[in-house]
Ligand binder design. Sequence first.
Ligand code: CTP
Length: 413
Amino acid sequence: MQVYLVGGAVRDALLGRPVGERDYMVVGGTADALLRAGYTPVGRDFPVFLHPQTKAEYALARRERKTGPGYHGFVTEFSPDITLEEDLLRRDLTINAIAQADDGTLIDPYGGQADLAARVLRHVSPAFSEDPVRILRVARFAARFASLGFTVHDSTLALMRQMVEDGEVASLVPERVWQETERALGEPRPEVFFEVLRACGALAVIFPEVDRLFGVPQPEQWHPEIDTGVHVMMCLARAVALDAPVTVRFAVLGHDLGKGVTPKDQWPRHIMHESRGLPLVDALCSRLKVPTAHRELARMACAQHTNVHRALELRPETVLKLLGECDAFRRPERFSEMLLACQCDAQGRMGLEEKPYPQRAYLERARELAAAVALDEADRAGLEGQAIARELQARRQKVLEEHKRASGAVASH
Ligand code: CTP
């Protein structure tokens, strides 16, 4: 029985990056032998074992054969005669198909080290197309490694395109799509994930609402980059620069979906794109089973971003209405995240990346000031129900008027 370190750990060590999980492959072994040695079996689809002490994952070398479309459309064979090369051959990318023996020797039959050096994401063999999740994985690795100079090899992109044409992407389960998307959003270049998916045609299948934004013009005065899809990708880059969490990055992705359904005769203007976007955010979130926290924030950014951009011109009662609609008093963190998403929108525009966005601090402070207004016993004396609410409202409006004056904001019309 020989054991090799495989996958991401070998790749990351060679790249000089911190090594996360360590996965091992066992050649010449059997499940029985591992069980006898005290390993714990895990995994439903194929046998994986946890080391009795380190708890690292050990998988028996395997061979896969495609039997039908989709994620589950293959049978896996295990036997002690399956070689290291056979196992590595059915892996996704050459940079993920390098094995390392105990003594440090690298076994690299498919040119993984050369591709690491050349910064290329390249499939190992035609077996790549047996698993459609790999389309998402390649796009995600591209998002992770783009800043190191990695790009997807033409032949791999062509294969991915073929898989999309063959309908493989349509069979992906929503949970997997979301899982990969969420991870991709957390990578250093999340926009590259969507660009790669677009380049192979998968974006139109998985995220038609996002795909539709490419080719849709916006007014040059506000959007020197013009194209809405390009704008949203720039917003994602801005979200990374501003260190925005994944929830905000997702909200950024969804904030302008409404522009994809503006009637063409209204281009380049997008009146009501905020309300037109909401059903699209909902459709995307329902389809991919996106968690509620992400959905709520995306809906809010979609509905409110134009109002937030206008914050300094809004009348105090309108600011109060905005705070109420965002449930900002009860959910201040979510409100802050929404404001950050709006900043990403405002600065995700060509040449405007560094333009100050005072709206965020202005509304943040407005929320604090309004939240601090309270009625004590004496204030409430003689007031009931609605009257209490009206009094609170009036006092909050007053502090917001003062806030507006102090901030030197222009009076609205
Ligand atoms: N693998 C594959 N096809 C998949 C999933 C995984 O070929 N659909 C192989 C790759 O060789 C990969 C290894 O299994 O390197 C381990 O997979 P995983 O732990 O998901 O990814 P890592 O490459 O370790 O990357 P990450 O850093 O994202 O964990």
